[in-house]
Unconditional design. Structure first.
Length: 718
């Protein structure tokens, strides 16, 4: 790479883009920066991408950009250019910068053919020390390949410089590169440095950026940046910046560049308690969004889902999954050791063995969030193994194995196929493909209609890890040779049911994440002058994704609910969940890529991570066999036992409704309908003053009140 510094990318590297399609570009370099992606970098890259699509001889005239989301310098940026206008003497372009399917910056830019005309400027370059006489900026800035000198400032002792000399350390090939380099340096400092009271303000963040290019200039010679605060109010500030080039051939220094920026951060520095309160209130808003289209429907489950979502985001679960794509081997993720103390690995483990004593209704909530974040690690196989052991193994095996699985010191895995035979307390044969088999300490495998619970630490277990489609959570081929095992007679169906339910929950999370990614992208990606979400074909894709995700979510929730009773009801609902959820994950992962278009096919975008996870899950759970299991259950006469969980407050209303139904039971249809209308049961959600003589009383029925009459009528066959 070019540029100064040991191994750091240079400015030329930053401004060099890879052209993927005619109007689609990708940045070339990545690096680490704890403060996130530098705004001037993405603005300069966006301008560079736009310039690549206009005719030669058209120079940038202005740009107007908005910083929408924090960027990640360790990830490449995808830049989509929209060609709004190509006139006789000017062109207009719009650019959208995307990372991880999220728009982080958008910009409109104009280009023009240089014409003859008056040459005037109102503002003169301030009188400051020459760069040779100015001091170097102490420390290291976020800019790459730029030399900086600091002359005297407007306000003595100000925290940040508002007047600086700058030049590039590298050769820039043409005028466009110099213009992009000027854009690059324009976001480094803030003009608010000279504003009164600015020392009481926390770090500022750019919101928008407007730039006008007056004259061509070169950045390989010194230029002076002069920043002036315009206003601070309401937690926002605005400043104006001008960049001057010293007099060379011209009679006086010339203004080459003017820009205005709005920033956020004008609030006084907050105390830790205030910051915590702000975070709590923000979490509340996110939780309300999360409650839509999620397995979690109760307040407790929604809180659990939000906690898991925040935890995975904080620990960079999706980034950790991406890091494993090129890794030679898979280790436990860095956050694994925290899952035990959080209690998530032991949700379905009895309290006497170190768990929480809950069940699948709680486990599927966590598994869905794991799928939504395409999290690495063997969470799903571990909790599936512990759920099987807790439900079917002997007390001795539970006491020996469950504490380790609950606290995370042991990893579990399950197999659903293979050809394992048991004899004399040992298991031999191929266990087939085992999810996380290479990490497992405890393995649960089918053996005929039974299951064998194998402690892999006891020997007799060999593992091979071939190349995996989903390197973020790999599967292995496991072979047993006289491995000590505990046999659970007739346990295979339970293993199959629980594995189908848990993997379906993860698949539902994948389906939901893909739906969100596609719909959000369709709102901001524009083509032919409008968001692509307005086109019917894209609408249909997004609508179909939502329907599939909702069906998957409902099916998994029902299977988890049926797990409390087990038996045929669990077998039936688990097979339905696997049939719907896995198909939804696969469909939505594919449609997500299609909605994203060219970006979706790139290595840098995360869409393929979800396709990998969906395909890998389908390889473990055969959806065709699951669908056949649904038909077999129906042929056996299994029907879903349905019930509505009403709150305790509904019980007093039940007595009133039962008495009313007893009075109208023997009436003819017309008389019964009239009585129900007069009592208000036809439209129980209407305000009471619109209905005379309501038996329920009050001003308006609660949601549960509406259901009571329907439930009671169904029970009485009315």
């Amino acid at each position: 790479m070019s540029g100064a510094g040991s191994g750091d990318p240079g400015l030329v590297d930053v401004l060099t883009l890879e052209r993927i399609e005619a109007d689609l570009f990708r940045s070339s370099v990545v690096y680490d920066d704890a403060f996130g992606l530098y705004g001037g970098q993405v603005a300069a890259q966006a301008l560079r991408a736009a310039a690549e699509t206009v005719d030669a001889g058209r120079h940038p005239h202005s740009l107007h950009g908005y910083f929408l989301s924090r960027g990640d310098p360790s990830r490449r940026v995808l830049l989509m250019v929209n060609r709004d206008r190509d006139g006789r003497s000017y062109s207009n372009r719009r650019v959208i910068a995307v990372q991880n399917g999220v728009v982080i910056f958008n910009m409109a830019a104009s280009f023009h053919v240089t014409e003859d005309g008056p040459d005037y400027q109102a503002h003169a370059m301030p009188h400051v020390a020459a760069p040779e006489d100015a001091s170097e900026l102490p420390g290291r800035t976020r800019m790459l390949g730029i030399e900086i000198r600091v002359p005297q400032q407007q306000v003595p002792g100000q925290e940040w410089p508002s007047r600086v000399w700058m030049r590039t350390r590298e050769h820039l090939a043409d005028d466009i590169m110099h213009t992009c380099a000027l854009t690059y340096i324009s976001d480094m400092f803030t003009g608010l440095a000279s504003a009164p009271g600015i020392d009481q303000v926390g770090p500022v963040t750019s919101i928008d950026h407007a730039v006008w290019f007056h004259r061509k200039a070169r950045l390989d010679d010194w230029v002076l940046m002069d920043l002036l605060a315009e206003s601070t109010a309401g937690g926002r500030g605005m400043y104006t910046g001008r960049i001057f080039t010293p007099a060379k051939s011209a009679p006086a220094p010339r203004s080459i560049f003017t820009y205005r920026a709005n920033v956020s951060g004008g609030r006084a520095r907050r105390q830790p308690a205030e910051i915590h309160d702000h975070a709590r209130r923000r979490t509340g808003r996110v939780m309300r969004t999360l409650s839509q289209m999620s397995i979690a429907i109760t307040e407790e489950h929604r809180a659990l889902a939000q906690t898991v979502s925040d935890f995975l985001a904080k620990n960079g679960a999706r980034a950790a999954a991406r890091a494993l794509l090129d890794a030679e081997s898979e280790e436990l993720p860095s956050f694994w050791r925290e899952l035990g103390p959080l209690g998530w690995l032991g949700l379905a483990v009895p309290e006497e063995h170190g768990g929480s004593g809950f069940g699948l209704p709680e486990l599927v909530v966590v598994a869905e969030e794991m799928g939504r974040a395409v999290a690495p690690g063997p969470f799903v196989p571990t909790v599936t193994a512990s759920a099987v052991i807790a439900a079917a193994a002997s007390r001795q095996a539970q006491a020996r194995l469950l504490p380790g699985l609950a606290d995370g010191s042991a990893v579990g895995a399950v197999a659903l196929g293979g050809d394992v035979r048991v004899s004399g307390g040992t298991a031999s044969g191929s266990a087939g493909v085992v999810l996380a088999g290479h990490l497992a300490d405890v393995l649960v495998v089918p053996a005929g209609d039974d299951i064998a619970i194998v402690d892999c630490r006891g020997g007799g277990v060999s593992v091979q890890v071939p190349a995996n489609l989903d390197p973020a959570r790999r599967s292995a081929r496991v072979t047993l040779d006289g491995a000590p095992a505990e046999i659970v007679s007739g346990g295979r169906q339970l293993l199959t049911d629980l594995a189908r339910t848990m993997l379906a929950a993860e698949a539902a999370g994948v389906a939901r994440a893909c739906t969100e990614m596609a719909s959000e992208y369709a709102k901001v990606r524009e083509q032919f002058g409008r968001p692509i979400g307005m086109f019917q074909a894209v609408k249909h894709h997004c609508a179909n994704m939502l329907v599939a995700a909702e069906l998957a979510t409902a099916a998994v929730w029902d299977a988890a609910r049926a797990s409390t009773g087990g038996g045929d009801q669990l077998t039936y609902t688990a097979a339905i969940a696997a049939t719907l959820a896995l198909a939804a994950a696969d469909q939505n992962a594919n449609l997500n890529i299609q909605v994203h278009g060219g970006i979706g096919f790139t290595w840098e975008h995360d869409a393929h991570l979800y396709l990998r996870r969906a395909t890998a899950i389908e390889a473990i759970i055969d959806t065709e066999i699951a669908a056949i299991a649904v038909i077999d259950s129906l042929r056996k006469g299994v029907r879903r036992e349905r019930a509505i969980d009403l709150p305790p407050e509904a019980e007093p209303i039940r007595e009133v409704v039962r008495e009313f139904i007893g009075r109208i039971r023997d009436l003819d249809d017309d008389a019964r309908r009239k009585a129900m209308i007069e009592a208000g049961y036809v439209v129980p959600n209407w305000p009471r003053h619109d209905r005379a003589g309501s038996a329920l009383g009050g001003s308006r029925a609660e949601p549960g009140d509406d259901l009571v009459p329907a439930v009671q009528r169904a029970g009485r066959r009315i």
